[in-house]
Design a protein around this ligand. Sequence first.
Ligand code: NAD
Length: 360
Amino acid sequence: MSTYKIVVAPGDGIGKEVTTWGRKVLEKIGQVYGHTFTFTEAVIGHVAIEATGNPLPDDSLEKMRASDAILFGAVGHPKYDNDPSAKVRPEQGLLKMRKELGLYANLRPIKLFDELLNASSIKPEILKGSDILFFRELTGDVYFGQPRERRDNGNTALDTMIYSRYEVERIAKKAFEAARTRRKKVTSVDKANVLESSRLWRETVQEMAKSYPDVEVEHMFIDTAAMKLIKDPRSFDVVLTGNLFGDILTDEASQIAGSMGMLASASLGDQTGLYEPIHGSAPDIAGKGIANPLASILSVALMLDISFNLKKESEVVIWAVEQTLKEGFRTGDIADATTPPTHILNTDQMGSKIIEKMGQ
Ligand code: NAD
């Protein structure tokens, strides 16, 4: 019997609606398996700006540092999306959290549940059996590089794409090690034909590959990878890439799994791990109670597995999701023409179904 300290940071929009169910799933695991999960809430994003003027107040950061794992929702609000001049923005809270907690490796498993083969716009025969694990570098690249500024009276803007050998090595190591537990293939994605930072990326991965002779390594340009992901998703096992390319490719890859609402992620460094759906705050559906909570619930499965090494508990959560989908239940985003209206659930109904299954 163990005790785990969890910080819940719901953030904005549907963040609160979905993390509520991630937390309830942890509570259920606690009841069934005799673990104690204690929960502390932390504000981040637009809600934190409204409350304190700061998208990630020190108090939130301190709570996060003191926790065993963080369950995060999403940040973002249309107010800022449509006002590029806003100096204080919700996303600053997200980037600061990743940087301050040293969360340099973002793991995004893209696994298609067979039941959702028809939910994707890609043909089922292309998709069936797809199982990709992305390693997106999370604390470097053009998102953090300096200088980033306006020049020429605001008429010219620049960002800096920058990587150090050390930053590439530490994420590549995680990707190679993960590949050893899977189908032993790493696809490293860059733009080495054009970008100097990508040439360093490729050179570093090539050097590291020598230490993993049992792992097949291929190097692919980002443009080719974007095309191949849709053309032949089964050809990928582990994908290793930088922050910007990973951001774009993983959203594209979400269509393999049917919806953004299905995809979980883990952000890891050397300390506390953070678990979150890959989707944003979805202002178009926020407050309607129809968001798919499965990405948050599957993020909890990743937390149980990676941060707490509770493999059986993690498998039970995934099993409950699988069974619920097998019984034909869907939220709106993953329903198709064959889903009976009686089986289209809202957020709370889907969350309750999963909890019910876990008790069986
Ligand atoms: P989004 O992921 O919020 O939504 C994209 C589309 O997917 C929308 O149509 C939305 O309704 C749908 N969707 C997303 N999650 C869903 C779920 N769980 N169930 C059902 N449908 C779901 O991306 P966006 O619209 O480009 O961005 C909205 C805001 O979120 C922006 O402010 C953006 O900056 C922010 N954002 C935050 C994060 C994060 O916090 N990690 C990630 C991406 C975007």
